[in-house]
Design a protein around this ligand. Sequence first.
Ligand code: GLC
Ligand code: CA
Length: 514
Amino acid sequence: MPEWLKDAVFYEIYPQSFKDTNSDGIGDLNGIIEKLDYVKSLGANALWINPCFDSPFKDAGYDVRDYKKVAERYGTNEDLIHLFEEAHARGIRVLLDLVPGHTSDTHEWFIKSSQYEENEYSGRYVWTSNAFEGIGGHPYISGMTERYGAYMLNFFASQPALNYGWLNRTEKWMSAVDSPEALATIEAMKDVMRFWLDAGCDGFRVDMADSLVKNDDENKSATAKIWRSVREMLDADYPEAALVSEWSNPKQAINGGGFHMDFYLDHWHNGYNTLLRDYETGGEDNSFFRAEGKGDIMRFLDDYLPKYRVTSKNGYISMFTCNHDTPRPARTLSVPELKIAYAFILSMPGIPFIYYGDEIGMKFLDVRSKEGGYHRTGSRTPMQWDDTKNHGFSDCEEEKLYLPVDQSENAPSVKAQEEDPDSLLNTVRSLTSLRHRFKDLQADASFRTVYAVREEMPFVYERGNLLCALNPSKQGVRIRLSECRGRKAVYTIGEAEIEHEILTIGPQSFAVFE
Ligand code: GLC
Ligand code: CA
């Protein structure tokens, strides 16, 4: 386990929308470099950058055309290497986004794979032998290639599935997981990883990490085995490198696949979603962090605790404020609500991720789909730095902007919030610095619930020797807890105090006691 992960706080950057330095309306690597001091000021010491590789951008870059080449619109490979250096000089690690399950259908491997003549790449993707038959319920395309057969899709129509073999093979054309072509795909992906690790990157966020082997078993054991071999490669040759999976099944990803971290994604009805985004279940918003919510932390804990217990010795569950696929939390949470939600995320075990702009409460905008974003596009709009043209994101003409900026009167900005000690931005800063100050708030320290009662406030939990208490509701509460005895607050949002064994915590408040 890389030592640096223990105190890592990640910041996710969607490069299109962070900072444009050459006035073409699209964010770029030099823009990220320019803002590294800002990232550091947030208390983030690691970055995850969404795919920045050559691509036709049918899925915002998750359709890679060349894994080893930075997309022109972001800069050059040299710029990316320069970014690694500048980040490292500030104590910031950089994870790139690895998309191992599919490429763009314009990738050279795929172009060769679709040719009539058999060649080195014929087995690189999942192909059937008959253009007139489908793939048993899996999405596929046929009729577009010289090659006889249909090819399987891993996501959108432009994203053919790379071939890692099938665990349960029911057709002759299905490769075995240990076939030469499946092994060659794994080697090709390891080669890509080595390429960027050798260039100075610190690891990868892995896109759809569970999607490799088809017809895998219920534990995804064949896919997990591939990732274990990747972990072995890292442990041997790049022991400081880290891997985080888009899987949302920590037992499979961490215990099975050897991932250092696994994202707790916004899946319907899972524990994480009940906290921030519980509004698609019939119109009513029951998110725990809403002041008017149902206030039921048990809906989170019932899902989280078993996952935490079986994986906490081997790796970390990663909670995020949001990501480029999910609605921003500000879609339904107000600033006072966000403060308590972020206090929770930044005081939990595992490794937290902050999505660019969430630290100022950027809104989820109602904008037209861009590059395959569809409903996700509203979380991908340009960062709001200040009150100058295009909120300081770019000095280009408005029509050239990658996506429109928030035009509303009360659009938050970094500049305005820097000046207000009570702003969301400064609250996030105080929370990250608190986490850095106390080992007991970091990734490894133990987690135990002290007071968690269905539909009641507050929620009290122990991290190591610290006691954390939060009350997102509108009513202040008071409870007696023996764990409170002799403690004093080291951090408070709102109002909270302990007298003997009595904890009093005001509305929309959070506190940490020593
Ligand atoms: C992941 C990415 C998403 C992308 C998809 C296909 O879910 O986060 O943005 O569209 O994979 O690569
Ligand atoms: Ca640019």
